[in-house]
Each structure stands twice: as structure tokens, then as C-alpha cells.
Write a protein that binds this ligand. Structure first.
Ligand SMILES: N[C@@H](CCC(=O)N[C@@H](CS)C(=O)NCC(=O)O)C(=O)O
Length: 221
């Protein structure tokens, strides 16, 4: 059994999608970010970064894994699903997973912060992070012009990592209307039953974003 520590944010949704898609049994532990559950000492022992998501594998000597990309790889290897075994296929999926982890997540996360939450509207910061998010989406669009999924012909953990972020493009103030291939892929991924279930776990409840931001927490980063 997997203990899954998460909240209602895109990095958490990546893992709920994977657990649902791969049909891996898990216990859900919903952390309330606005109450700073993620900064408690007990939690820092399993996630030194004090953020969600984290898993603890009760069937592997309580092995803890933090960082959503590392969790996806761990679960793919454990289940034998959604990560090809051949060297090239595996590397291709990991390349697109890293592209999400190092590009889309951090850049779009900053677009959320400066566009939605920052008390001052700093045009330079808003423009910079929205433009960079759009540029990264354009890279996805080009990739998806010739490939059904990010890893190629097969749906993989790279798609699971990217979908919950692009699904929030409006929240970042970035349009995907002109990115036809990205929109086609969004529709295909959204229709998967595991994705529909995963995107609703845990159920959304309004976090006290304003209060949390004042205290230095980035709920959607
Ligand atoms: N690189 C980390 C990022 C995790 C992250 O930023 N999580 C956010 C929610 S999506 C969080 O826990 N925020 C709470 C806080 O900033 O205190 C990962 O991919 O796991």
C-alpha cells in the first residue's frame, strides 16, 4: 500500500492521476497547505522540501519519495506501466518529464504568483513569466504536431505530469487557442477515466490563498 500525501494542486494531481491510471492501491492523506501542514516536523522527515506531493511505500520498508517527477518514475517502475522499458523510449519519456519539471512547472508557477496573487502588479514579471509559459506551450505544440503523446505513440508519465499544469492555463492568463495540437492532446488526455478521477482527488476545497501567500507559501507552485 502507498501512503499519498497531497493537496488540490497540479503537482499533487500528477500523482493522483498515476495512482488511478495504474490502479495502485493507496491511502490518501490530504494536507492543508494554507494551515501549513507541509511545514510540520513530522512531514519534513519524509519531504525535506516541505511541499506536496510525497509518497511512502509501506510495502518497501516505508520508503519515502518526494519530488513529483521522481514519484512518477518510482510508481512507473513499481507497476511496470507508463514508462517504456527500452532505452530510447524510456529516455524520450524522461526528457519530456524533465521539460515539465524544470520548465513548465516553475515558469507557469511564477505566472500564477505574479498574475494572480502578488499584492503589487509588476508588469515586467507578469509579462516575463506569461511569455515564457507560452513559449514552452509552443514547444509542446510542435512536439504534438507529429506525435500523439509527448513520449511518442504511447501515453506515459510525461503526459500525466504536463496535463494538470496546462489545464490551469487560464489561471496563468495564457491562452492556448492558437495551439491546435496542444488542444487536441488536452482533449484526448482529459477523456481518460483515470485522468478524470485523478483530477478530482482530493476534492477541491477553497484554500485560504491570500493568508497563505502573506506567510510565504506558494500554493500553486
Ligand atoms: N518540485 C516540487 C514542487 C512541489 C510544490 O511546489 N508543491 C506545492 C503545491 S503544487 C506546495 O507544496 N506548496 C506549498 C508551499 O509552498 O508551502 C515537485 O514537483 O514535487
Amino acid at each position: 500500500m502507498i501512503d499519498f500525501y497531497t493537496s488540490t494542486t497540479p503537482n499533487g494531481r500528477k500523482i493522483s492521476i498515476m495512482l488511478e491510471e495504474a490502479e495502485i492501491p493507496y491511502n490518501l492523506i490530504h494536507l492543508h497547505l494554507s494551515k501549513f501542514d507541509q511545514r510540520q516536523d513530522w512531514y519534513l522527515k519524509i519531504n525535506p522540501n516541505g511541499r506536496i506531493p510525497t509518497i511512502v511505500d509501506r510495502d518497501n520498508d516505508d520508503f519515502a519519495v518526494f519530488e513529483s517527477g521522481a514519484i512518477l518514475i518510482y510508481l512507473a517502475e513499481k507497476s511496470g506501466k507508463f514508462l517504456p522499458a527500452d532505452v530510447r523510449g524510456r529516455s524520450t519519456v524522461i526528457q519530456w518529464l524533465m521539460f515539465q519539471m524544470s520548465g513548465i512547472g516553475p515558469m507557469q508557477g511564477q505566472a500564477h504568483v505574479f498574475f494572480r496573487y502578488a499584492p503589487e502588479k509588476i508588469e515586467y514579471a507578469i509579462g516575463r513569466y506569461q511569455r515564457e509559459t507560452k513559449r514552452l506551450y509552443t514547444v509542446l505544440d510542435t512536439r504534438l504536431a507529429e506525435n500523439e503523446y509527448l513520449g511518442g505513440d504511447l501515453y506515459s508519465i510525461a503526459d500525466m505530469a504536463t496535463y494538470p499544469w496546462v489545464a490551469l492555463h487560464n489561471w496563468a492568463g495564457v491562452s492556448i487557442d492558437d495551439l491546435e495540437n496542444l488542444r487536441r492532446w488536452m482533449t484526448t488526455v482529459r477523456r481518460r477515466p483515470g485522468v478524470t478521477r485523478g483530477m478530482d482527488i482530493p476534492k477541491s476545497k477553497k484554500e485560504n490563498v491570500g493568508e497563505a501567500e502573506k506567510r510565504g507559501s506558494s500554493l500553486l507552485v
